[in-house]
Write a protein that binds this ligand. Sequence first.
Ligand SMILES: NC(=O)C1=CN([C@@H]2O[C@H](COP(=O)(O)OP(=O)(O)OC[C@H]3O[C@@H](n4cnc5c(N)ncnc54)[C@H](OP(=O)(O)O)[C@@H]3O)[C@@H](O)[C@H]2O)C=CC1
Ligand SMILES: O=C(O)C1=N[C@H](C(=O)O)C[C@H](O)C1
Length: 272
Amino acid sequence: MSGNAMKLVVVGAAGRMGQTLIRTIHAIEGAEVFAAIEREGSPFVGRDAGELAGLGPIGVKITDKPLEAFVAAEGVLDFTAPAASIEFSGLAAQARIVHVIGTTGCSAADDEKIKAAARHARIVKSGNMSLGVNLLGVLTETAARALGPDNWDIEVLEMHHKHKVDAPSGTALLLGNAAAKGRGISLAENSVRVRDGHTGPRPAGTIGFATLRGGSVIGDHSVMLAGEGEMVTLSHSATDRSIFARGAVQAALWARDKKPGLYSMLDVLGLN
Ligand SMILES: NC(=O)C1=CN([C@@H]2O[C@H](COP(=O)(O)OP(=O)(O)OC[C@H]3O[C@@H](n4cnc5c(N)ncnc54)[C@H](OP(=O)(O)O)[C@@H]3O)[C@@H](O)[C@H]2O)C=CC1
Ligand SMILES: O=C(O)C1=N[C@H](C(=O)O)C[C@H](O)C1
């Protein structure tokens, strides 16, 4: 670890992404696991974060005191749940630090609160922190713009592990938004999120979503552009959660010298 290593707090440190983040930060020269947080009453409070993540002890005990950790740190990596991420964004604003939010399933009202916190915190939020998916978003926007709505129908298909609690996935919505941007329309006004029973024919110009859940799938996404007699499919398959963790650390390092504001992974990766 270098003397200038960025001091990072991992919230939700015992979760699937929390443990992956601990391992990833530990392996990166320019970053340091400064603190690890779980909720009050969690059985993991008091445990060594490295030991829990399979690294062996790293001398960082999991606590339930986020503000104490934030005021002495430079950034927080947050893959938890919407209510928790809103609370953490307020604390990151108080501490004037970087807040990287990977949490999905936030409502429009949640996003407004995060935007308000970004007046004082440097927040990077994305439904997917991987380079591959963000490139897929750019390709989706280009394809949607080139093919147009008259003869091409767009469907976004995703599959995740059986523990996932939100649908469609944050990535599916990111890709749907990219398609909508390519077409110059609003996703909220043109999406079909559920189909069941006698649905009637497909409304022209809509963007459809289909959700599959099962097993241990880390995250598979396809954007299908279906035309008359042909189909273009753009896909991404995640085979290791470290792709999200590496992206989150890259986002924190990128935001270290930025002004307060709300940024996306497209800003971090220079794809905007
Ligand atoms: N943007 C991206 O690239 C990615 C986003 N994600 C998203 O990240 C989120 C987490 O996913 P995953 O790791 O699989 O989920 P997990 O359920 O495995 O982990 C979430 C962790 O956060 C903890 N937590 C919840 N609330 C709080 C709180 N108030 N304070 C402290 N800790 C809290 C949970 O504790 P407890 O169990 O006690 O509730 C749990 O340990 C999801 O929204 C998922 O969609 C996942 C991968 C990539
Ligand atoms: O919950 C997950 O696991 C994942 N969530 C993110 C999403 O909702 O898109 C990103 C990734 O696909 C894994």
